[in-house]
Design a protein around this ligand. Sequence first.
Ligand SMILES: C[S@@+](CC[C@H](N)C(=O)[O-])C[C@H]1O[C@@H](n2cnc3c(N)ncnc32)[C@H](O)[C@@H]1O
Length: 474
Amino acid sequence: MSLDSALSTALRDPACIVKNSEGKERGVFAARAIANRTVVESSPVLLFGKDEYEKHGRFTILGHYAFKWKNGSMALALGLGSLFNHSDSPNVSYTVDSSNDLIHYVATRDIEPNEELCIYYGSNLWFDAVEQETDDGWSRLSKVDLPQQNLPAFLKGSLDDVVAEDDLPFERFKPPPEEETADTIRTIQAWAVDVPEPRSIGPMLNEVDASELGHLKRVRKLGEKNTFLLRVSPQPPSLPEDIVLPEPYLVTVPSSVALTSTSLSLKTALWPTIYAPRRKGEIEEWSKGKARWAWEAMRAVVQEALRWADNGELPVAAYVPRPFEVSDGPPSRSFIAHDTRQTMAHPLRHAVMNVIRQIADHRAASGEDVDEPPPSAPADTDADTDSPRNGTNYLLTSQILFTTHEPCIMCSMALLHSRVKEVVYLLPMEKTGGCGGVTSVPTLPGVNHRFSVCRWKGDTIREAGLELDGTIDA
Ligand SMILES: C[S@@+](CC[C@H](N)C(=O)[O-])C[C@H]1O[C@@H](n2cnc3c(N)ncnc32)[C@H](O)[C@@H]1O
């Protein structure tokens, strides 16, 4: 979402008012009923250096309002952002939109008119917190492994701390990179030019932007011949005007980094390629802030399933929340869907399929760009590689999907086609699951995308009244 549209949306629809909150001075309150997942506020932030804050700011009233931003900066939320009070059971979460210097505040459940809107500041509070007694409608799930009042250990401490792997609320299964062969390496066409004068290479490196080919080395040296990579075809190459060069020509180059040494030698035979092996077991670290975001997402999807189970549907839901860190690529809003096989009398209306369809419909209606790769470009093969095309294509690129049940094979395949980054599920489905149950779609040989799978720890959800049996395929 652009800065203009984020702010105008917030201004058009004032869901919040500021008033006195007992024992906390001012607070933000719901001006009307607010539905779960509504963006209640988008606050611009004022950024300042950490040194300035350490030397001056923290000794002033700013110490109550400033918080850590990216790249070591400090931030002060303008708008209503600085007026949200703290609660151990917040009804609002926030996502950092660093490309627009905004923070988006999002309701994590339905909120009644006049209820106070609170966020979670972390566990190291500098004041004695007053807690509001609220019934958040989650009581049925209080027996589930997603506690309401007592924060689980993995969420205690600063939100920037990294959560130890064992303390994460889920187990992660990261697929190994698929070993490539000469036949399966994906390639693209790129423009290159021979450079007769080696001393021209330095200036060309400065002048020619080939960031789209960041997974490749810029110059190939074969004997005395230096060849310089210019850009991806079909865009015409632009050459520095002050350097005399022959005509550029097309070369076939790998489309992504080399993850294994076999891949490196195969790819480098085409063009010198960057080697970026994943160390065994190396997986992305999660901060406590992100773990909290996941915890709230899992609560939201369980809540959705329970709500629809009460209305005669199968108790299955799927949720693609706004990303923890909003960047240019991913959708700027969340999507949630429940299973509609019963009410629609349609065997394919699984929750995961429904949420993917919702995203596709939203994109089509809003005219959001879904760039199809040019015919010469292959689908991105390596999960999590920095393929230059991996970003805006497909429906779920870079997204994490939460679901109550392990997706079935059909849904797992749909997730693969949507290029989802990670799937987090609560309940394993041994007889039908496509993410490790009956088979593991993302690790099948030959699939052209791999995604990570996370299984939420504990399945005490059964005690919460959800009737689950192995015959539901989610
Ligand atoms: C970011 S400000 C929130 C807005 C503040 N209430 C105001 O009127 O400006 C943070 C300060 O609000 C107060 N506060 C926030 N949450 C609170 C809570 N649960 N109980 C008591 N005071 C709270 C504390 O004084 C804290 O330093």
